[in-house]
Every structure is written in structure tokens, then in C-alpha cells.
Design a protein around this ligand. Structure first.
Ligand SMILES: [Zn+2]
Length: 205
């Protein structure tokens, strides 16, 4: 899954995990969990504002998650962030991705979404205006408290990420287009409509 910060990659990935039987792997969440597990809270908080992790570590965490996923299909979010990481992606997944999905929406809408979204402090499930929790402030999945992500409250990191995507996005897509099918989806639609569009693309290659 590719697209700007706020385009709904996490929401879509979680839906595919809950309803379609996929394993959802978020590279950012893997790295943050790993840093917390090793007691490196400072690294976790740097990652939380969108700074880059070592590529060796990203690779080994991705390999581990792919092994845990076993034969299940995987939806990957948050990697590659740079065109130079495409080879690392191919090594991480032992081949080429079957599909690259690009979520596109106007920047003003993305900023609005980021400013209004909440994540579960327990399981990282994502909530927002289009996907409200059943009980305000609490996660539908695990009941933990909903919080704002540090990177969602940090305007500087938001702009940094948009700059990285503006610079790297088209190079990543060009490189992926040589390896796999790339589809563009209108991410200003509701999460249900976005999911339908991606399902249709998977069903009709
Ligand atoms: Zn939760």
C-alpha cells in the first residue's frame, strides 16, 4: 500500500486483515514495537515522528513477520519509503509484490484526516470520522484507550513526510511498475468504497 500520510493505508490494511483473511504488516508499527521491546523508548519516539530506521533492522523485522504470516497473503504498509529500497522489499518478500495499490486524495483532505484521527493505544487500530469507534474514546477491538499518534500532532513531521512522498513517490511507482501491476484508487471515498475498489482489482487482474 502506497500513498501519503493520512491516505488510509492503515485503515485499508486492517480491513483486509479483519475481513479478507490477509496478514497486515505495518513496517512503522513493527519498528516501534521492536524499539519498545528492547527498551529503546527514545528510538521508538523518533520513529513515531516519522524518522527513518536502519534498513538492516527493517529487513530483519519484515522477514520475521513474513515467516509468521506463513502461506497467508500479506498487505504491507510503510515500506518502501524510498525508491532505493525496492531491492530490499524484493528480498524481504522473496520476489515481486502481486499488486501495488496507490491511495490518492487531495492534500487538504489528508491533513484534515490526520488532525481528526485516533489510534488504539493497545492494538494500533485506526479510527476517524469515517470509522468512528462504537464507544467514544475506546477501541472496538480490544477496549483500550484511543490516543492521537505523536506524528499526527507534529506539523513539522507531517510536512516532512509529505515532502518525502512528493519527492520519492513517483520514483517508487515507476520502479514498481516494472515489477508488478500498479493501481490508483481514489482515497477520498469512504473506507468501504476504497476496499471494494481494491477487492475488484485483485479479483480482475
Ligand atoms: Zn485496540
Amino acid at each position: 500500500l502506497l500513498g501519503q500520510h493520512g491516505s488510509g493505508k492503515g485503515t485499508l490494511g486492517q480491513q483486509f486483515e479483519r475481513t479478507e483473511g490477509y496478514t497486515f504488516i505495518s513496517a512503522g508499527d513493527l519498528l516501534r514495537r521492536d524499539a519498545v521491546r528492547r527498551g529503546e523508548e527514545d528510538i521508538a519516539s523518533r520513529l513515531a515522528v516519522g524518522q527513518d530506521a536502519s534498513e538492516d533492522l527493517t529487513y530483519s523485522l519484515l522477514r520475521e513477520s513474513m515467516a509468521q504470516a506463513g502461506p497467508r497473503s500479506v498487505v504491507l504498509d510503510g515500506f518502501p519509503r524510498y525508491a532505493r529500497q525496492i531491492e530490499l522489499l524484493r528480498r524481504s518478500i522473496d520476489g515481486d509484490p502481486d499488486l501495488a495499490v496507490v491511495l490518492e486524495a487531495p492534500t487538504e483532505l489528508l491533513i484534515h484526516r490526520i488532525q481528526t484521527r485516533l489510534v488504539c493505544s493497545g492494538c494500533r487500530a485506526v479510527y476517524g470520522q469515517a470509522v468512528p469507534p462504537a464507544i467514544p474514546g475506546l477501541c472496538d477491538v480490544c477496549g483500550s484507550e484511543l490516543i492521537r499518534r505523536p506524528e499526527d500532532t507534529n506539523i513539522g513531521s507531517m510536512i516532512d513526510r509529505q515532502t518525502v512522498w512528493a519527492r520519492e513517490g513517483s520514483a517508487i511507482l515507476d520502479a514498481l511498475a516494472d515489477l508488478t501491476r500498479v493501481i490508483r484508487v481514489d482515497a477520498s471515498k469512504s473506507p468501504g468504497e476504497v476496499r471494494q475498489a481494491v477487492r475488484a482489482a485483485i479479483a480482475n487482474p
